[in-house]
Design a protein around this ligand. Structure first.
Ligand code: ZN
Length: 242
């Protein structure tokens, strides 16, 4: 079956996306070879983006974070837009994403489960007050602080931190009840992606990723292509139109 046929025959799709969904919007995958690893910081990104580093060295964390993690002007690409369309048509029930860029919401998607949080939300660690990402970006201080003096932390899951239990269990619910699961833009080697996949018991598992993944052999359809390119070719039938 082609992806178009699978989507036509599905009634409840769950989409699971990784960094590859956003690379076509110009957001680098910091695990990929031409990503951030080979750039100009003293520490690798996974050290800078860890909780102990944030606590010990917030200035250096924010120097990196402001430069690399706040692409607030990035626009949704064809993949984000098609998924929003599929949700509107009643086909897609949820997007589970490892990305923190908020591009699915920007494209109009409603149910987006952000496993790793979002750069669009930030909170004072002392009083809990919320701040938008522009405040973090435009703040003159090296470390953004709340009115109360507390340090503001992005609502992003850092290395060494656990995932939000509610987001995780809601993700499991949608994966468990989906008839089709589309996994895209992830190498499926990083926690929790591979673990979540085993809750799927629907009919069709589709993998879209530039490179091969360890799950290719288990999928019903494997496409080694760019996510936006693949999804832009999908036609969405409007259920209400007769
Ligand atoms: Zn505060």
């Amino acid at each position: 079956m082609t992806l178009q046929e699978i989507i036509d025959q599905s009634e409840s799709i769950v989409f699971f996306g990784g960094a590859g969904v956003s690379t076509e919007s110009g957001i680098p995958d910091f695990r990929s070879v031409d990503g951030l690893y080979h750039q100009k910081y003293e520490w690798p990104p996974e050290t800078i983006l860890s909780r102990s580093f944030f606590d010990a060295n917030p200035e250096e964390f924010y120097r990196f974070y402001r430069e690399k993690m706040l692409p607030l002007e990035a626009e949704p690409n064809a993949a984000h837009r098609k998924l929003a369309e599929l949700e509107k048509a009643g086909k897609l029930k949820a997007i589970v994403t490892q990305n923190i860029d908020g591009l699915h919401q920007k494209a109009g998607s409603q149910r987006v489960l952000e496993l790793h949080g979002s750069v669009w939300r930030n909170r004072c660690m002392h009083c809990g007050r919320s701040y938008g990402p522009e405040f973090i970006r435009d703040c003159k201080e090296p470390v953004p602080r709340c009115e109360c003096g507390g340090i503001i932390k992005p609502d992003v899951v850092l290395y060494e931190e656990g995932l939000d239990e509610d987001v995780l269990s809601e993700s499991v619910h949608f994966i468990r009840t989906a008839d089709t699961m589309i996994v895209a833009g992830t190498s499926l080697t990083v926690y929790p992606a591979a673990g979540l996949l085993r809750y799927f018991r629907g009919r069709q598992l589709v993998l879209i990723n530039r490179d091969a993944t360890p799950m290719d052999g288990k999928a019903d359809l494997v496409l080694h292509e760019k996510v936006g390119q693949v999804l832009s070719g999908i036609k969405v039938e409007n259920k209400t139109a007769e």
